[in-house]
Ligand binder design. Structure first.
Ligand SMILES: Cc1cc2nc3c(=O)[nH]c(=O)nc-3n(C[C@H](O)[C@H](O)[C@H](O)COP(=O)(O)OP(=O)(O)OC[C@H]3O[C@@H](n4cnc5c(N)ncnc54)[C@H](O)[C@@H]3O)c2cc1C
Length: 427
């Protein structure tokens, strides 16, 4: 397979960033008959799209809660947890962003969010399965949904809005007692006095994957097999050239009439250099794989809502992923976070030794209204954006990739893109 061009080449579109969002966009563009170059500085799918919890979510109608009032933030500072933790300097820098996030997460914000996200969610799971099937990647997918485990009644009540919108949008779920969670997942330790206050929600219409990085890799290989071209280059070298775009790569120069920014947590670096500013922040997260002890296993992802951690059965063991760390994207990892998550997870499942020496760390690209920007740049002709997928990019990448590809190709888009327009961030 030829992965890199050895000379200068011209394309109709170059897609910058080969995570799930960029690869899906490129593959859809190619299938709409366009000449497409996909560019990344490294191998596809090694960042957030590699290390996530692998849940392809049918539900998800309220923005992810992050403490943003002064009192809540002080609480988190004195009681760092695997659900939310932060570095004080970053927090101070992010206060204006957190204020916007807070405003967009209240009841009115949730109503707006649910209205925009519901049509995407209605198509996202099937779009994943379709793309995966066409890439011969079905073997990584499992049905059976995922479980929200609430350790207390108070935590269960905080999910009321999510369940309300699920009913509004016709998304099925089953409420579970502690005993029923134990029956669905016999590998979990759900017993004793602690279990009396536990409740669960089984989101039955979602699916999950056993290896998110392998899914992106399969989609990328399909893109190349179907005539797309892959280049290694640094997107920071993107230049405007005679009404189009030029990018000097390791083995040649790529020219294209259109460029798509799908650089995840790095998108704002390039957008700012091109003269357009988006309020993109990052929420970092970690994972580590463990061998389950004494034959315990899981058959679907389980979210411990109170501790913000997820246990996912993967091809490499049980993947423990953490919640939100508000820290600078490029700051060194904080090993305490995965250690905290492991301690909390072991209340639920006995974990053996870690299967890697160091945890993986990645960055969720987040805009304050928790929605991505998908569409034409409002100020730069020939530039398109598809980034900011936050906690849901693995789920939404294939469908927003399709949506943007249809817009670029001049086809009627699969759904109304207005709520995702980048215009909402233009002053
Ligand atoms: C711990 C954790 C758990 C998660 N769990 C889930 C989940 O269960 N379900 C879900 O739907 N979502 C989940 N997410 C969110 C999801 O992983 C992200 O939203 C999604 O992967 C973002 O995809 P992306 O393609 O935009 O970015 P990325 O996957 O980060 O890809 C960006 C690409 O841009 C490239 N790049 C960056 N800078 C340059 C440059 N200068 N030049 C060239 N290339 C460059 C990178 O190399 C990378 O390949 C989770 C995220 C984390 C961190």
């Amino acid at each position: 397979m030829t992965k890199q061009a050895k000379q200068n080449q011209s394309f109709e579109v170059m897609v910058l960033g080969a995570g799930i969002v960029g690869v899906s966009t490129a593959l859809h563009l190619r299938r709409l008959g366009l000449d497409v170059a996909l560019v990344d500085r490294t191998h596809p799918g090694l960042e957030a799209s590699f290390g996530n919890a692998g849940i392809v979510q049918r539900n998800g109608f309220v923005p992810h809660a992050v403490p943003s009032r002064a009192r809540e933030l002080m609480g988190v500072l004195f009681r760092q947890s695997s659900a939310v933790s932060y570095d004080l300097g970053t927090l101070v820098r992010l206060l204006p962003w957190l204020r916007r996030y807070h405003a967009a997460s209240g009841p009115r914000g949730a109503e707006l969010y649910s209205r925009v996200v519901a049509p995407l969610r209605a198509l996202a799971v099937q779009e994943h399965l379709n793309l995966a099937h066409s890439a011969n990647a079905d073997r990584f997918y499992r049905q059976g949904g995922w479980i929200h485990l609430h350790r207390t009644g108070a935590s269960y009540s905080q999910g009321d809005a999510e369940r309300y919108y699920a009913r509004v949008y016709g998304v099925a779920y089953e409420e579970l007692s502690a005993g029923e969670i134990g029956m669905l997942e016999p590998g979990l330790k759900i017993a004793g006095r602690r279990a009396a206050s536990m409740k669960g929600v089984h989101w039955t219409e979602s699916c999950s994957v056993s290896n998110p990085g392998a899914v992106v890799d399969a989609l990328w290989r399909t893109f190349v097999r179907e005539g797309g071209r892959y280049f290694r280059a640094d997107a920071a070298k993107l230049q405007r050239k005679r009404g189009g775009w030029r990018l000097d790569g390791e083995r040649g120069t790529v020219f294209a009439g259109n460029a798509v920014i799908a650089l995840g947590a790095w998108s704002q670096d390039i957008m700012k250099a091109l003269g357009e500013t988006y309020p993109l922040a990052v929420k970092r997260g970690y994972h580590l794989h463990y061998r389950p002890l004494s034959g315990a296993s899981l058959s679907r992802p389980l979210v411990d809502v109170d501790n913000g951690l997820v246990l996912t059965p993967t091809d490499n063991g049980i993947r423990l992923t953490t919640g939100v760390e508000l820290a600078e994207r490029d700051a060194p990892p904080n090993p305490k976070i995965i250690a905290m998550a492991r301690r909390r997870a072991e209340d639920l499942m006995p974990l053996g030794r870690p299967l890697q020496d160091t945890p993986w760390m990645g960055s969720r690209p987040c805009l304050p209204d928790s929605l991505p920007v998908v569409g034409a740049s409002p100020t730069i002709p020939g530039l398109w954006v598809n980034f900011g997928h936050a906690h849901d990019g693995f789920t939404l990448g294939p469908i927003t990739g399709r949506l943007l590809a249809e817009m670029i190709a001049g086809k009627t888009p699969v759904l109304d893109p207005t709520g995702l327009s980048p215009l909402r961030f233009m002053a």
